[in-house]
Design a protein around this ligand. Structure first.
Ligand SMILES: [Ca+2]
Ligand SMILES: [Ca+2]
Length: 470
């Protein structure tokens, strides 16, 4: 069993145990969720992480590095215990490059304090390496729990819950880009707004948040947290998973993102890269019961980052929401009646709007209820994409004259192709002859491995799983 497989199965088991379509959408409507501080928690699933590591070590771009615990800290270590929570904001502000702030197990009630990282090369992580055991609680009074405004900052192996706005905000500064942020093996629970916001500090300075990684993390909006979502901002459901503006070179891999929908209004995507993002790789994520799965771009006009090397000349100057990038080996699944019955429903699995040169390869998009589209590409002129070897239980859909090259996809697939959808196991069954060996060969390096880290064979299977008979 490979690392990725183990991780996904474990995540599926844990998450299904706590939220497996039990129909309790109204469980949290009493609004008291912020009084106790723990109820939600559950989650974490991937925390275990099992160290398996193995990970096949290949150096290919899409090889699976797994989710092992972070390497031991080096350099200066600042030990902090929950009793020091009142000093934590100052400890972060005063940290020097190379420092690691090592949090002992327990709950850190910030109660309005915030952690602002404006010195490069500072790390915040748990001593135990157990993300479930270190809870940084914003109690819906802290706005942004963590702000990253300097390069080479790492946030790892902790839980961030109940931010009034964003649990993590990565932003450039007036001094320059914020590069190489690493967000690794964390839990984010019940953000009131988008869980991880990434954007420029200034619209005029020309500095951006670049080359970050979000990996092996769990980002969940629970039924308890959903009634607390900011409904006064755009679309009446101002929340989502990862929301990046004008960011280049981000890797978003091996995360579990779940529950981003509202009864009314439209939640932002589980992973949304737009306003001129570029070269994003989104791979091996499991996205469960969200209004929208992966989005590259959104509108066809507005403020967007431009690039001097003109990476999409074929658009002739049209507004571009996202340049290039790859969406591969993701599992996007919906099975909650409450989501289907919500105002926005399950809207789209992979949503490419004003996306120039995006490639969606070997994803599995499945749903037990109707959606608007499993995958869609929208807006003429600005959107030209490749849709290859995906499996979808519903439609792959062109909108508004967008252009796509479609090869090797299986559309309107039956749910019976999958191993155990009740437990969110979207591996192929041995009987899935509509899918096994039915894809087309793709170029080396584009998708050499599947969601488990299994190598693709000469006759690739459609979807995220290469069936190996296990
Ligand atoms: Ca095959
Ligand atoms: Ca496999």
């Amino acid at each position: 069993m490979r690392a990725g497989y183990f991780l996904i199965v474990l995540a599926l088991l844990v998450f299904s145990a706590c939220d497996g379509g039990d129909g309790s959408a109204d469980a949290g409507t009493d609004g008291d969720s912020d009084t106790d501080g723990d109820s939600d928690t559950d989650s974490d699933s991937d925390s275990d992480s099992d160290s398996d590591t193995d990970s096949d070590s290949d150096s290919d771009s899409d090889g699976d590095p797994g989710c092992p615990p972070l390497d031991p800290p080096t350099g200066n270590i600042i030990d902090v215990t929950p009793s020091q929570v009142g000093d934590l904001q100052g400890i972060v502000a005063g940290a020097s490059t190379g420092d690691t702030i090592l949090l002992a197990d327990g709950t850190y009630d910030l109660n309005g304090a915030y952690l602002w990282f404006d010195t490069p090369g500072v790390t915040l992580r748990s001593q135990s390496q157990n993300p479930d055991a270190v809870i940084i609680d914003g109690n819906y009074s802290t706005t942004e729990i963590v702000t990253v405004a300097a390069s080479d900052v790492t946030i790892a192996e902790v839980t961030l819950q109940r931010a009034f706005t964003h649990p993590i905000h990565v932003t450039s500064s007036d001094l320059g880009d914020t590069a190489n942020t690493l967000i690794y093996r964390i839990n984010i629970i019940d953000p009131r707004e988008q869980a991880i916001k990434i954007n420029p500090h200034s619209t005029t300075a020309g500095f951006f948040a670049e080359d970050g990684e979000i990996a092996c993390s769990s980002i969940i909006l629970t039924d308890t947290g959903r009634p607390n979502v900011n409904t006064s901002a755009s679309d009446g459901c101002y929340t989502g998973g990862v929301d990046a503006h004008q960011a280049r070179g981000w890797l978003i891999r091996d995360n579990h993102i779940e529950g981003f929908w509202c009864p009314t209004g439209t939640a932002e995507h589980a992973v949304h890269m737009w306003r001129g993002c570029r070269d994003t790789i989104v791979e091996r994520n499991v996205l469960i019961n969200n209004t929208r799965g992966v989005g590259f771009g959104l509108s066809n006009s507005g403020t967007a980052r431009l690039y001097s090397d003109d990476p999409c000349p074929e658009a002739g100057g049209a507004y571009i929401g996202h340049y290039d990038g790859v969406v591969r080996n993701n599992v996007i699944f919906a099975d909650r009646t409450e989501l289907f019955d919500s105002a926005a429903g399950f809207d789209c699995g992979v949503c490419l709007w004003s996306a120039c040169g995006a490639r969606a390869v070997h994803n599995t998009v499945a749903s037990t209820g109707a959606n608007f589209s499993s995958m869609e590409w929208r807006f003429a002129g600005s959107t030209s994409v490749e849709i290859t070897n995906n499996i979808a239980t519903h439609d792959l859909q062109e909108r508004d004259g967008a252009s796509a090259t479609q090869t090797g996809n299986l559309e309107d697939a039956l749910l019976t192709l999958f191993e155990d959808i009740g437990n969110w196991d979207l591996h192929l069954q041995s009987s899935a002859t509509d899918a096994i060996d039915m894809g087309v060969a793709v170029e080396d390096g584009l998708c050499d491995y599947d969601m488990d880290g299994d190598p693709r064979d000469d006759q690739p299977d459609v979807g995220a799983d290469e069936f190996t008979g296990s």
